[in-house]
Every structure is written in C-alpha cells, then in structure tokens.
Design a protein around this ligand. Sequence first.
Ligand code: BG6
Length: 455
Amino acid sequence: MKQAIVIFGSTGNLMFKKLIPALDRLLNQERLDPDARIYCVARRDWTFDDYVEHAKEEVDKQVDWTRLTARMTYIKLDIDCQNDYDQLQDTMAKDGIDDAMVYLAVPPQLFPAIAKGVSQAGIVTKGDEHARIVFEKPFGEDLASAKEINRDLWQYFDESQIYRIDHYLGKEMIQNILIVRFANKIFEDSWNHDTIEDVYIIAKEEEGVMTRGGYYDEIGALKDMLQSHLLQMASLVAMEKPDTYSSEDIKNEKVKVFQDIKIRPKDVILGQYDGYLDAVKVAADSTTETFVFAEASINNDRWKGVPFYFLTGKKLDEKRSEIIVNFKNDNGARSLWPDTYKPKNQLIIKVAPDDGVKFQFNVKEPGLSDNIVPAELDYCHSCHSLENTPEAYEKLLLDLINKNRTLFTRWDEIESTWRIVEQLKEKLDKPHTYSSYAQMKQLISTRFGEDFDDL
Ligand code: BG6
C-alpha cells in the first residue's frame, strides 16, 4: 500500500511547530512507508519552493529538509472549489496512493466544507478502511456546532474513519496516569475522598497567542484548553477502574466522569493578558479570556467533597503542565509530634516540560533533633528511556498510520465536555487584565480565601 498524509492548513502554526518536526522524527526512525507522500494543502498561491522557503523560516526545530522535502508536494486548494479537490485526488491517484490520511489542521468552521470536498472527490470514501480523516481540536465552537459538524461527518464517513485529536493524550505522562493509579495498590487504595484533599490540573504557558490571534480570539482559553486538555487529564485522574484496558472501556469510564463534573460560574475566574489586544487579528475591544481558573466538583461517591482546581493561561510565569494530588493530613499522628508535625503527602504527575512523578512524604530531619521534614521521591520518565521519548504528535501520527484509535477522542467525550463548558456560557464575568501571573494568583487567593502555594 502506498501511504499519503494530506494536511489541510499546511501554512499554519500547527504544521510548522508540531507536525513537520513530528513527521521528520518519524522519517528518521523509518516509521513512515519508504515511499509515503506528504501533501501540504493550503489556499496560498505558492510554488513548492515558496512553500519550503517559508517553512524553513517558521520551523524552529532541527529537521532534515532534504529528506523531508523529497516526500512533500504543495497543493494550492480553495476549500469551496470542488474542482480543486478533484485535482488533488487525480494527483494522488497518479502517485499511486491507496492509503490516505487526511488531516484537518484548520479551525472547526472549515471542517464541514473540507469533509464534503474530500468525500465527493473520493479522497476519503465512506466505509473505505484505508482512508481516514483527522480533526484537530476544538471540535466545534460550542455544543450545537459540534453536533452539527458531527452529523455532517457521519453523513460522509463511518465513525471508524474519524479521528478527533487531543494532543495531550499523546503525551507520555498522560498515558502514564492510569498505570500510576491502577498498577500501584498504594495509590489506588487511597484514591478517594477519604484520603485526598484536592487535585490541581495545571497547564501554564509563558508564550502569548503569537500569530494565532485570528483563531484564538474566537475561541479563548476555556474552549482552547479546558474543554479539551484539562478535562481529559481530570477524567484520567478521576475515572473508575475500567473493565479492561481497552480503548472503549477506558472511554466509557471517562465519559461517566465528564457527566459528573460540575463547574459553577461563580467558581471561575477569567483573565486576559495585558498586550493581548495588540496581537495580530485580535479585535481591539476583545473580551476573550487567555486565563482560566476554575473549581470543579465531581458528583460521585469517590470524589464527594474533593475540589478539582483547573488553571491554564498564556503569558504566565512559566511553562508547566502537571497534575497535583494533595493528600489529607488528618491521620491522627499529629498528637505524637504536636510541635513539629506538618504532614503533607503530595503526588505530582509532571507532564511538561519535565516528565515524571514526584512523591512528597515526611522523614525525620537528619541529625540530633526529632524534627519532621518533607522528603521527595522524584522519578524522571525521559531519563529512563533508551531513545528520545516520543513527542505527542509523533505518537499520534504513528497511531493514525497504524489505525490505532486508543488515544483519539470519541464523540460522546466531546459532547459531554462541551456540556460542561456550555453550563458556563454567558454567565461569567469579563476577564481581569493581568500583566503578571502574580496578579491573577492574588485574585484567586482573595476570592477563594486560600494561598494555593502549589499553583
Ligand atoms: C493547543 C492550544 O491545543 O495546546 C494552544 O491550541 C496551546 O493554545 C497548546 O498553546 C499547548 O500545548 P503544549 O503541548 O505546548 O502544552
């Protein structure tokens, strides 16, 4: 079979920052078919050389351009012109392609037109097991538009041909959450409201929106990060043990968590970084949020009374994605050391930029005193890998090639996460402008009456 990856949105940020480096790594490891083709589709009237020249300026990772460009073709396509899709199909047929993956790295409003075009041109035909179509998040702009897109897609493709990406699921430590939980009795036995105080799900970024203002201003942090990445992380932390480790059983349990999650509008704080309004393609009076803090509850027996705190934002003090599980400290031992016992057990699942697991526990201070001090067990995941640990998009592209659907989201996951965000719609206060993370943190502490030291 001759493989092709057809990427719509090939002049966009995602292509240059994530997909090209991931494809280069896959080529380097000889994971792509020896004569696989990469069709870079976009609307600009460029020659192949123009495209490559532009790509070289935009890609900031080291890639082997000679090897990569030997596989690439640039295709100019107007997404509303059926003839352009037919020509793309002719080109692919001439190249002898019979295993096609169509990747939509474009905003959700463009999904229906492209789905129709590739379907009518026969690039992805309903029921053809060798053709599949991939959608980037966000899937829709709200629940209604997501449903509409989905209805359209089911008209053109079988569910088994549809892959919905949430790239956080491709990250090594996200795939590790269930192992850390269920393969360690010590954690699983205490993974509930009796023992756990609260959980933080954090994805902080230092960068602003850069050149993505056009997309971002329509979406905002709630839909860009919380509806997808943060809720996905929370579901893996909170779900019940699946019947088997199969993709479907895991997804069934995740969906139950999504159905039980509630966020009250009054427990959400939004922010917008100072300078956002000057970003390219951002409306001068935009009220789009670039920061979200939210307290959620999960209304089931396991998590009764345990707050889940979500925090994400751009232009913050650091790039850090992690999950923090704080254990309760009312274990009765305080009476043994009334003066020095400051118990804190904490499990941190580090997702990025470091990846690993850190566990904090208490020991006697070295020396003659009986003071109790915290100690850490710190596991670095990538340090134990013989090769480079795979980047999220590399893993997901490979799964796509191998038709492995485990790390892609199912429709009911998307539907139920939209419902969570939907409950907040139009009930939130306008974002606070922040020029430093400290300002937002102060605001959160004042509102919730807690210090939130770990944030
Ligand atoms: C994307 C969002 O899905 O995730 C971006 O659209 C965000 O706005 C990015 O910057 C963060 O991903 P990562 O892998 O860099 O944490």
